[in-house]
Each structure stands twice: as C-alpha cells, then as structure tokens.
Design a protein. Structure first.
Length: 337
C-alpha cells in the first residue's frame, strides 16, 4: 500500500485566513485621514471673515493666476481625501493579511491626506488679512511643509502598524518540496540581488523632470527636494536583496527598510514559479495579487514563492530561485526536528 504524498492545495483554492489588527488599520487608514479631511473644511471656514473675496486658488509660472471662492476648493479636497482613505482602508481591512500590505495602505493614506490638506489650507492661511488675493506670496514654503509633514505622518503611521502575529508550525515540510543535500552540522546561506532593468536611468529621469517642473513653476526648491526624494525612493525600491539563512527568508530594499522577514517555523513550503507582473499583480513593486498573494515584483519571470502558515503566500522575483527555495525547505525542515 502506498502512502499518499501530502500536497499543498493551489493558492486560489486555500481558505483565506482572518485579517489581523483591523481596528488599528481602521484608525490609521480611515479615521485619521477623515479627521484631516474635516479639518481641511473647518479651518478655512473659521477664517472666512479674514480671507479676501475671491481667494487665490491657483499658482502658475508667474505667480497667482486663478481666483474663486474658497468653499468649493476645500470641499472637493476633503472629498478626494475621504474617497482615497475609504478605498485604501478597504484594501487593508479585507486583504491586509500580511503586515507589508497594512503598512503600505496606512502610509499612502496618511501621506496623501496630509499633503493635500496642508497645500490647500496653507495656501489659504497665507491669504488671511489680505484685501486683494493678487498680493498673495509664493507657495514654496507651503509645498515644502506639506511634503515634510505628509512624509512624517506616513512613516509614523506605518511604524504604528503591528507586524504579523507569530504563527509557528510543527507540521513537516512536504517530502516533494525540493531540498539541498546539507549534512546535519552544515550551515549555508543564499544571497541574491535583483533589480528592474534601467532603474537608475528611471530614477535620474524622474528627478530631472521634477526639478525642471519646479524651476518652470518658480517652485524650484520644492521641485528639487521632491525630485531627489522621489528619485532615491525609485532607485531603492527597484533594487532588492534576498537572503535565505538560519533566520529564514529576508527581503530588503536598497535603503534596508522596510524589511520583510519570514521565519523558518512559518515556512510550509518554498517553490519556484513564473510571474507575469501586469496580469497577476497589476504592476511592479510591493504588490498584492491573485489568491491573496503578496509579492516584491520588480521584473517578469522566475520567482521564489513561500507558502506560509495561516494561509499566507509571499513571493519575490529573483535569479536562481530554485536554489533559494531548496535551501529554505531544507532549513525549515530542520526546525521541525
């Protein structure tokens, strides 16, 4: 009689685990941005007797070039913040089974809300007490302030998002999972670096374009700061280091944070798959995809996929994924005794 070999079911066929920390996700992704949206309306309303009529609503290459009532501007801004917050909250609340997704939606929601709110409210604040909105000064300081505060809000919010709760397993790694022939006392590690082709050129191009727009609109200080930060972020998040060792699987971007780590006692099985970024994940970067998978997807093709405890699946596109998967299975099997 032959004993059947245990197999993990296909990703799409597995039961979806519960999403953890939904209360924290709701607070940071939805309620706090909604409070910012409310303040975006309330503060200008409290200044209504101090504002010129009409107010400056748009700045161009030669200063203020648009005027109107302040009410539509703040209401539309608040509505945009609210809609974005609701959409991002839904992603985190219903699909945030892994911490990287929850932290991403919190960061984006708070950054977007902070940036829009401070630009609009700050642009009105500098008009308080003016008889004529034509006398309004430059928006450079407000733009820099909005970018700085929004970035601090995003990073602070992401920091407050709890990591994944520990879900260790004592179940054996399936015998069909590939392994490396390591001796009982042997240690091994596997390190690979993967990047998007032409990512440096992309980062430089984005930076140069942003600086050019800043100079064109007389906001060159903001354009330069924003361009440098954006270019650095693109360069960092298009290049990742992937490590398999006694700590499990660790994936980190060029700047080292945020680091994604899967401990060995949460590895059910590792394998090699082929990834189509657009069709399966809707793009490149840190993405959520079909079947509740989360991936670091920087190119098309070979990827190391890890089936985790709790029904979670993580993958990263990387060269020599077969060796990484086999070593991860071998080390995970050791933790089961």
């Amino acid at each position: 009689m032959t004993t059947p070999t245990p197999q993990l079911p296909p990703v799409d066929a597995r039961p979806r685990p519960a999403v953890p920390y939904r209360g924290r996700t709701t607070l940071l992704t939805l309620l706090l941005p909604l409070a910012i949206a409310a303040a975006t309306v309330a503060l200008p309303w409290s200044w209504r007797d101090e504002l010129p009529d009409p107010v400056a609503t748009h700045w161009g290459t030669h200063g203020v070039d648009g005027f109107g009532s302040y009410e539509p501007q703040v209401i539309v801004t608040a509505a945009i913040i609210a809609v974005a917050a609701i959409a991002l909250w839904a992603v985190g609340f219903f699909a945030g089974r892994q911490a990287i997704i929850r932290r991403t939606v919190v960061g984006i929601s708070l950054w977007f809300a902070g940036l829009l709110s401070i630009v609009v409210v700050g642009g009105l604040d500098i008009q308080r007490g003016l008889a004529d909105a034509h006398d309004t000064g430059s928006l450079n300081g407000i733009l820099l302030l909005s970018f700085g505060v929004a970035t601090v809000l995003a990073l602070g919010g992401a920091f407050l998002v709890p990591g994944d709760p520990a879900q260790p397993s004592s179940d054996p790694v399936p015998p069909t999972a590939a392994r490396l022939p390591l001796g009982a006392g042997e240690a091994a590690s596997w390190v690979q670096r993967v990047s998007t082709r032409g990512y440096i050129a992309l980062a430089v191009g984005v930076t140069a374009f942003t600086v050019f727009i800043g100079v064109l609109t007389r906001a060159w200080i903001f354009g330069t700061v924003f361009g440098l930060v954006l270019g650095a972020a693109i360069a960092s998040f298009m290049r990742w280091t992937v490590v398999v060792d006694r700590d499990g699987l660790t994936v980190r971007p060029g700047i080292g944070r945020p680091r994604i780590r899967i401990p060995l006692d949460e590895v059910e099985s590792a394998s090699v798959i082929d990834v189509r970024p657009i069709a399966e994940f809707g793009g490149y970067g840190v993405r959520g995809g079909k079947g509740g998978r989360v991936g670091v997807v920087v190119r098309k093709g070979e990827a190391l996929q890890v089936d985790r405890t709790g029904g979670r699946v993580f993958l990263v596109t990387v060269d020599d994924a077969a060796t990484g998967a086999a070593l991860l299975n071998t080390l995970a099997a050791r933790t089961r005794g």
